[in-house]
Design a protein around this ligand. Structure first.
Ligand SMILES: N[C@@H](CCC(=O)N[C@@H](CS)C(=O)NCC(=O)O)C(=O)O
Length: 201
């Protein structure tokens, strides 16, 4: 299989963590793919022009990160989607993905749109979404972030890592001791250390 990959993408990182955790790294070749909404990678098999995208020899390419992660989990018979609390876990993943979406849009606003078209109000509104989601994680979801590894935890770590990479000055840790401790604890897992985000997206 071939994974359309970008080293800074938090969505790609979710897939990379799942590959590490389920011992499937050697089944996937990484294919560098760089794009913005204005400049899609013409080789990318995701018609929406986004990474991650997983090309398979025995079926159509899979996208997006939620589909790919679940596919890889099933393929390995791993337990990243515990049935007993599946709706909590999937909502956690959706919350983390929403943080990533907003954080990426903030970056695009500064990088992709001309200066005259950029809106500070829009950027602030995206950050407000992130702030509310982080507060929800801290105040409502912390107990769900403990216990055996699941896809919700993986997604939250990837979202927080992206905030550190692109929005460090906004100090997401301030006033969120529980989330800070969770992030520090998870950073000790080899799969997260090996997939720390790098420049270039
Ligand atoms: N919902 C998608 C989001 C993927 C996404 O937004 N990827 C970004 C990179 S971090 C991208 O490819 N952006 C290009 C674009 O928006 O055209 C997923 O979970 O895979």
């Amino acid at each position: 299989m071939e994974l359309y990959h970008s080293p800074a993408s938090p969505f790609v990182r979710k897939v990379m963590v799942v590959l590490h955790e389920t011992d499937q790294l050697s089944d996937v070749a990484l294919r560098a793919s760089s794009q913005t909404p204005l400049r899609p990678d013409p080789a990318n098999q995701n018609p929406l022009g986004k990474v991650p995208c997983l090309a398979r020899p025995d079926g159509p390419a899979l996208y997006d990160s939620r589909v790919i992660c679940r596919y890889l989990n099933d393929r390995a018979g791993a337990g990243l989607y515990p049935q007993a609390r599946i709706w909590d876990v999937l909502t956690l993943e959706a919350t983390a993905d929403g943080i990533m979406d907003a954080a990426v849009l903030m970056v695009y606003e500064g990088r992709v749109r001309s200066e005259a078209m950029q809106s500070a109000e829009y950027v602030d509104a995206q950050w407000a979404k992130i702030t509310r989601a982080l507060d929800a994680l801290e105040n409502r979801w912390l107990s769900h972030l403990s216990g055996p590894l699941h896809i919700g935890q993986i997604a939250v770590v990837c979202a927080l890592g992206y905030l550190d990479l692109r929005h460090a000055a906004r100090s997401w840790r301030e006033g969120r001791p529980g989330l800070t401790a969770f992030d520090a604890r998870m950073a000790e897992r080899p799969s997260f250390a090996a997939t720390a985000p790098a420049e270039n997206r």
